[in-house]
Each structure stands twice: as C-alpha cells, then as structure tokens.
Design a protein around this ligand. Sequence first.
Ligand code: FAD
Length: 550
Amino acid sequence: MAAERSMARSSAADVVVVGGGVAGLCAAIAAHDAGAQTVLLEASALLGGTASWSGGAIWIPMNHCMARAGRPDSRERALEYMQACAQGESPSELLNTYLDEGPGVMDFLEESTPLQFEVGTMPDYYDQYPGAVHAAGESRSIAPAIFDTNRLGAQRALLRRSPYGTIPFSFEEFSRFQAILHPERIDFELMTRRLQEGYVGWGEALSAGLLAAVLERHIDVRINSRVLGLLGGRAVDGVHVQADEGAYDLEARRGVILCTGGFEWDEALVAEQFGVHWTPSTVETNRGDGWRMAERVGARLANRGVCWGWPTYLIPGEERSAGLPLVRTTLVERGLPHSIIVDAHADRFVDESAPYHRILKVLLERDDQGFRHLPAWQIFDQQFRDKYAFGPVAPGQPAPPWMRRFDSLAALASGLGIPGEALARTVGQFNEAARQGRDARFGRGESAYARFFADPDNHPNPSLGTLATPPFYAVEVLPSTIGTCAGPEIDTRGRVQRPSGEVIPGLYAAGNVAAAISGPAYFGPGGTIGPAMVFGVLAGRAAANGGQDG
Ligand SMILES: Cc1cc2nc3c(=O)[nH]c(=O)nc-3n(C[C@H](O)[C@H](O)[C@H](O)COP(=O)(O)OP(=O)(O)OC[C@H]3O[C@@H](n4cnc5c(N)ncnc54)[C@H](O)[C@@H]3O)c2cc1C
C-alpha cells in the first residue's frame, strides 16, 4: 500500500469523502449526521458531478412516493425483477440490502435535506421480466421537485450546471406538457419565469438539494483537490491530495470513501476493458483515479467491461466546454416511426425502441473483424422530419449539414458507402412490418419502455412507420457512456473487499467507482443514481461508525 507521508500541509478528519458527485454528496451528509467530522474532496471546481447533467431519476422499489400515490410496491416482486435483470451476476445480499435500505435512505434525505421527491413517470426497463412495474402511470422511480438555487446563496457558483440547459420543471409537469414528443407544448412563459427566479429541475435540482444540505452542515468542502493516493498499512487511514495550493496528506481517522465516478476518461482502462474510442457523456475529471487507488491497495475489482451507456450523435462544432464535444443521445428519436438504425451491411441489428443500455451493449458487440455493428447510422425520411424533432432540429426546419440529406435511398447508400441492394431489402422488410404493425424480427414498439417514448397517435404500432417519402436523412450513431460501473467490489455497508472476501479496513466506495450492485443490468429510470445514493449513505454511516452499521 502507498504509505509515503509527505509534503507541506497535513490535517485530519474522521471521514474523508473523495469525489463530489451524487454518491459523494450523500456519503458526506450521512457521515456528518452520524457524528463524523467530514471532509469532502473534489477534483474539479464544481459539485454535483454527472448527476447535474442527468434526468435526476432515482430507481427505488417500494419508495414512499408510490405508497403516497396509492400504488404500493411489493418487495417480493421487486426482488424477482432485480434478480431476473441481473441474471445471477449480482450478489443477492446487495440486492436485498438495496430493497431493505433504499426507501429509508430516501426518507432520510427528504427529512434531513431540502430535497423533496415526486413520483416518476417511466416504467421499469424490461417489462418482459417477472415483477416489472410497467402499467401506465406507475413507476418505481422518483425524481426531485424543482429547487430554488437562491437557497445556495453566494455558493451557487459551486453547483455544476447542465450543458443541455436547465429544465425548471418536475417530471410530472414535463409529462403533463407531453413535452417528450412535443417540446413546443412546454409552457415557455412559466419556464422563463422560473429560470429568472433561479429554479432548476431534474439532475440539477438533485445536485443543488444535496449541495445545499452539505453547505448547511458546514462540511469542509475542498474543491480543485484531486486525490491520487491512499495512505496506511493494513488499513487505509488517509489520502494524498493534489490541490491547487500544493500537495498534502490528509488523515482519515475512521475511513475514506471513494466516490470518484467511473473511469470513462482513462483511455488505457477504456482500451483494455471496452476497446472503443468514445466521447463519454460524463464529467471529464472521471479519470480512473478510484480504480487505480483501489487496485493498488489490493481490492477485488469486478464487473469488468460493464458500463452504463447509450447511443449518441455529435453535432460538429457543438461544445459543452472548451474543446469537449457536447454528446447528444437519441433517447426519443430512434424509437419513433419512419426511422431505422442500420450497420455497414445496411442491415438492422437491434430493436431501435429498446432501452438505451441494451442498445449500447449491442453496439459494442464484437466478432473477429472488430465491432460487428459499427459504424451505424440512423436513417429517416421526410415523414419523420415533418412530424418529429431530431435533437435541436424541429419539424419544418431545414436540415443542417450534419443531418445528411439524400434524394433517394440509393443515393443515401452510396453516400454512406453501404450496399444499396441490401438497404433496399432492409427498408422493404421494415416497411412491410410497419404496415402490419408488427416487427417480427426485433419486436420494436412492443415494450412498455418503447411505448413510453413512441408516438401514441401512430397506428397500428406507435413505433413503426414506413421509410417511403424522400428525401432521406442519415445521422451517424456513436456509442457513449454515462459512466463505467466496473470497480472495487463492496459489501452491504459499502466496505471495499479483498479477493479473499475480507474487507480492507478503512476503505469504502459508492457510485460508479464501485462494481455496480446490479452487475450488468440497468433496472430502470434512475438505475445508476439510486444505488449511488443508497450506498453513498450506507457507506457514510458505516465509515462514521468505524465500519459498523449506522
Ligand atoms: C445526460 C445524462 C443523463 C443521465 N440521467 C440519469 C438519470 O436520470 N438517472 C440515473 O440513474 N442516471 C442518470 N445518468 C447517469 C448518472 O448521472 C451517473 O451514473 C451518476 O451521476 C454517477 O454518480 P457518481 O457520484 O458515481 O459519479 P460522478 O457524478 O461522475 O462524480 C464523480 C465525481 O468525482 C470527482 N473525482 C473524480 N476523480 C477524483 C479524484 N481523484 N479526487 C477527487 N475527486 C474526483 C469528479 O470530478 C466528479 O465530480 C445520466 C447521465 C447523463 C450524462
């Protein structure tokens, strides 16, 4: 274990939390409330991490919002669903802990922070599995109510903001506007007023509420402070910090909690585990430090090669910050009628209306030649363009150059360098399926997830419509991640384990830095933030109590 104690500044805390994303903020709040003097170290200048860019959905079976709405969940069915999703690749004690502790953690956060939760609107992602919640209007996810950032006072500048823009509405309001399919139906007057007043929603509201709770507790938050080493012998008892003002060691009397996010910006780890070049959709300070520190102290590293991900596209020149492209997902567009996704053989290869995590997995499938389905393109026709937005391009607006436009399918095939005859065959088969309303090949438009995003006014299948009206359009589909979820294996209290199954005393992990409790699966809306929050709180309490339950 790295044990060099050095440098100018040295200090101590009971609990040191490394990383100020949603997992780290929750861990710091819980450690503080369990009586520990806590320091939160964040590599960037901002708090909130990737959650600030997120929808803010939190997947918590049996949550209090479901009960309040008169639609209580069942533990048995939730476990059945989680086990079916995880396919035996997730330790059942972690799933059970998640079920048992999740609702209580959310109650704790609602009671002890300014956050308020509302019931979500989306179904579980895999309604073919037993125990899924997917009836219209039912959801295991909750989401933050809108949040008034004035509550942060001058420290509002610490809040990481979304490069996608602020949505000052709750999920419920957003659904009421039917804004997923009809962004033009948003109440723009209300939106402008709320923005002027300082309200945020979705992931920004989640980060802001947690940040407010951290600030109200006067927790020692140190930004621009990157942790690059763990200190100690058999037990971890401190960290080595690379701060703007210089490097120093910080003692952690009771424990260190790694909450450094995934390693998606570490090219070497990504090459080793995914073999892909991608632009991650996450904060660029997720550079694999957590993985490497855990590895150096002998942690058992699990869930290799697994990440949360989605299909995306880039608009040339569009940046989220200097030099870094803004990654846009085709969350809605890919499952709408009059569009398909094809590979270099001009063949469809996936149910385009499936959950994004599933599509990413298929996009990353390999054979002897490399990635089987890359490059891939989403192809759509003028019917699509007349009815639906594609990203920022509303129906009726002229196609920008990045949305490549062709007068015929043959010209499109030749322009993309894919076989024209095969494309004609693929489109012919798809059009037949669209007319019948049934995609026998992939079952597109049949799941609750697909129907949530598809066009209810399109018949007979809300996701199927012909590609028949020129011109035709093509946008390249690129794999991207919203966070890797391979890392040190944790136990039911967030304690990091050795290959022998013993815990490493003093070391905890939560969020995307740890091996996901769901193994390869993404349970539903909020399937990453939910576990990050629950195990963040559990780890915070356990660390404050020297490794025991809080
Ligand atoms: C557009 C988008 C929408 C999403 N929507 C949802 C959603 O609705 N629901 C859901 O469940 N998930 C969603 N996700 C994914 C979700 O946001 C992430 O999985 C989650 O926020 C990860 O939280 P985390 O705390 O583990 O890591 P992060 O939020 O990535 O935070 C890690 C933090 O650690 C810091 N850090 C890294 N290394 C160090 C170091 N060495 N020292 C100190 N600090 C360090 C980083 O700077 C960062 O602030 C979405 C993601 C995106 C991009």
